[in-house]
Structures are given as C-alpha cells and as structure tokens.
Design a protein around this ligand. Structure first.
Ligand code: PEP
Ligand code: MN
Length: 257
C-alpha cells in the first residue's frame, strides 16, 4: 500500500463496522468500484455517549475477515493508547481521529508502534498544530504518516464542518507527507461529498477517504453523509478521468498489492 507517489489513493467503507455481512458487502462493492483500502470504525468517538459506540474487538475481527475475503488492507481508529496494541493486531493502518489529534500519549505510542498512521486534522487545529502532531509520531522513528483534512469548525452549519481544501496545497508545500481529504466528515451531507471529493483531487490531494454504506438510511452512525455503493461507483467514474486530466491516475488494486 502506497500513498503519495503521484497517484490518487481511494479509501472507502462505512463509518462504523456494524456486522460481518455489512463490512464484507461494503468491502466487495468499494473494491469493485476502485477503492484500494477499506475503512470502518470499531471504536467510535461519538459526540453523545448515548450513540452507538462501535463493536470494538468484534468489529476488528469483522474487518480482518473482510480483508481476508475481499483482499483490501484496512484502516480503523484507535481512540487511546490502551487500544493500540489490539487495533494493530487486526488493522493495516491506524486512524488517529480528529478528536484525538492532540492526544500526545496516543501520538507517541503510535510512533513507537511503527505502524502506518492516518492522522486527521482536529476541527479547531491550525495547520501548524497538525504538523506538530505528526512530529510526535515521527520523533519516535515512525515516518509512515498520512495527513487528512476533514474539515474545521466554521460558523455556518449548513455543512457539518468547513472543509479546508486550501490546507492541501499548504501542507504539500510544508511537508513531504501525503495528504488526503475526507469529504464525508467534511460536509456531513451525501449530496456534497462528490463535489468536494472532486475538488480535493483538483487541489492536489494524494487520496480520498469516503464513507460508503450498503443502506445509509439504516446506518448506526453518520447515515446522512454515507454514499450508497451505486453513488460511490458513479463518483469513482468521475474521479478517474478527472485525475487523468490532471496528469495523475487513480491507484488500482493491481498496483496497491
Ligand atoms: C470517522 O472517520 O468516522 C471519524 C469519526 O472521523 P473524524 O475523526 O475525522 O471525525
Ligand atoms: Mn464517520
């Protein structure tokens, strides 16, 4: 699995792992559409303690099974340092979520784990703070870090967050680290995911992470922003020629594995 070699790397999957059937069906659909990595949360950082918190280790087992059956590497979130060992046992990449971007113990431990990390920008973090968070990981000798712009807190709540696409060229100038864009958390609304995914690629992102659910209306988290497999397929059909027009290519599973 490579990020940042000029290709557009697309990660897709549900917000949360809900069942084995759900994650396997989604993995199959997103792979067929061109995704090269599977996402899905087993430990979910929810705003409300009364919302679905994730299937935890059972969810990790489902992700590992989906990887085995479908053949996509897996990225999933660890919310604290105590969960790291467990998550590393099942996943191929650890997500450090927006809410944990400044959890310095977690950052340091993720560095020591020498495991690939997807580090998301905190909703109120400056670009400088994101880069310094990445330094915490790299200072432990772990350079396999991918940055993710997923929106910052704005004053308009028509979209869930304000997806700061100007961070992409800025980060590309300031660091050699790959930068990907999450238009799903960024907009919070299905109909804006496609336009902002295209805009992310146009801004120079090294990849995208997109939430896809077989039945978004019934999703246990982030239903309104998840694409159906059909919508995802249609989006990938747009991303491909767009990338080519920009002199890039969408990374295919043939290259990824
Ligand atoms: C997610 O990827 O589902 C998620 C919770 O992301 P973030 O940390 O960007 O909010
Ligand atoms: Mn989500």
């Amino acid at each position: 699995m490579r990020f940042g070699d000029g290709a557009v790397t697309v990660i897709a999957g549900p917000c949360s792992v809900e069942s084995l059937e759900q994650i396997v069906a989604t993995a199959k659909a997103v792979k067929a559409a061109g995704a090269v990595m599977l996402r899905g949360g087993a430990f979910k950082p929810r705003t409300s303690p009364y919302s679905f918190q994730g299937l935890e280790e059972e969810g990790l087992r489902h992700l590992a099974q989906a990887r085995k059956e479908i053949g996509l590497p897996v990225v999933t979130e660890a919310m604290d340092a105590a969960q790291l060992e467990l998550v590393c046992k099942y996943a191929d990449m650890i997500q450090i979520g927006a809410r944990n971007m400044q959890n310095y113990t977690l950052l340091r431990e993720a560095g020591r784990a020498k495991f690939p990390v997807l580090l998301k920008r905190g909703p109120s973090a400056t670009i400088q703070e994101l880069l310094l968070a990445a330094e915490y990981i790299m200072n432990e000798g772990n350079y396999r870090v991918v940055l993710c712009e997923r929106g910052i807190r704005g004053f308009d709540n028509y979209t869930r967050y304000l997806l700061d696409l100007s961070a992409v060229p800025v980060l590309k100038e300031l660091t050699h680290l790959p930068v990907i864009v999450d238009p799903s958390q960024g907009t919070g609304k299905r109909k804006y995911v496609g336009p902002m995914a295209r805009a992310g690629v146009a801004a120079g992102a090294d990849g995208l992470i997109i939430e896809v659910h077989p039945d978004p209306e019934r999703a246990l988290s982030d239903g309104p922003q998840q694409l159906t497999p059909q919508e995802f397929r249609a989006l990938m059909a747009e991303i491909d020629p767009l990338s080519r027009a920009l002199g890039r290519a969408v990374q295919s599973t043939a290259r990824a594995r």
